[in-house]
Design a protein. Structure first.
Length: 244
């Protein structure tokens, strides 16, 4: 049985209307009905209240149903699925804390006590009682060779002769007396001064500073001594002795 070309075209037109467009169209029709119904209610209630009651008393009007259209699906190609990105859950790796090394207690070596070295207390150098001290030595027979002198030497602590030092020589016995000697007048040594003795006892001291008195010194030795080198039998004899 052949189809009506008009109906076939209508069906095709209706088939082109999408579901969303049908929804909008039906919504507009419903809105129009609501506006019309609202205006009718306003007219009846405000303008003619009695007429509104009469209308309500009448049997409800039969609503003419809207035609139902069945859309015939056309052979449209199936929709191409668009890949929806589904986020891939990447597990977060929580780093496992490394074990902390427990510090090993380091033993502190005990300090060996060091005995302090005793600092030696410097020995005080005794202050000499005199600035000048002396000794006496008798010359040998060969050294003396018959002389009768005092050979007085004045030296510093290093043994060097000191010129220009004054000495006092005094004696006892006989008439007594004294003499002042000055070193540095002899060529042999700058610290030498000599004095000829005769009888009696002699004493020597330095005048430049405090001095020890050297003596008694005497040539009164009644013994003869031979110098074998010179064969002098009286190189040392009574009143002919020398000292230094």
């Amino acid at each position: 049985m052949g189809q009506n070309p008009t109906m076939t075209g209508l069906k095709k037109e209706l088939a082109t209307i999408s579901n969303q467009q049908w929804t909008v169209l039906i919504s507009l029709l419903a809105l129009v009905n609501m506006v019309v119904l609202g205006g009718l209610v306003w007219l009846l209630t405000i303008q003619s209240p009695g007429a509104f009651r009469r209308v309500l008393a009448q049997a409800p009007a039969t609503r003419t149903p809207f035609p139902t259209f069945t859309t015939t699906p056309t052979g449209l190609p199936p929709p191409t699925s668009i890949g929806t990105f589904v986020p891939t859950w990447t597990p977060t790796i929580t780093p496992t804390p490394l074990p902390t090394d427990t510090p090993t207690a380091t033993s502190v070596p005990s300090r060996t006590p060091i005995r302090a070295t005793a600092v030696p207390v410097p020995t005080e150098t005794p202050t000499p009682a005199y600035d000048y001290v002396g000794t006496v030595r008798q010359l040998t027979a060969c050294e003396n060779a018959g002389k009768h002198h005092i050979f007085a030497y004045v030296r510093d602590p290093a043994g060097n002769g000191l010129p220009g030092v004054k000495m006092r020589v005094y004696w006892e016995g006989g008439s007594g007396g004294e003499a002042v000697l000055t070193t540095g007048t002899k060529m042999e040594n700058p610290g030498l001064a000599d004095f000829a003795m005769f009888k009696g006892s002699y004493f020597v001291e330095v005048l430049d500073g405090s001095s020890q008195v050297i003596g008694p010194i005497s040539p009164d030795i009644p013994v003869n001594e031979l110098c074998a080198e010179t064969d002098n039998g009286v190189a040392n004899s009574l009143y002919h002795y020398s000292l230094k």
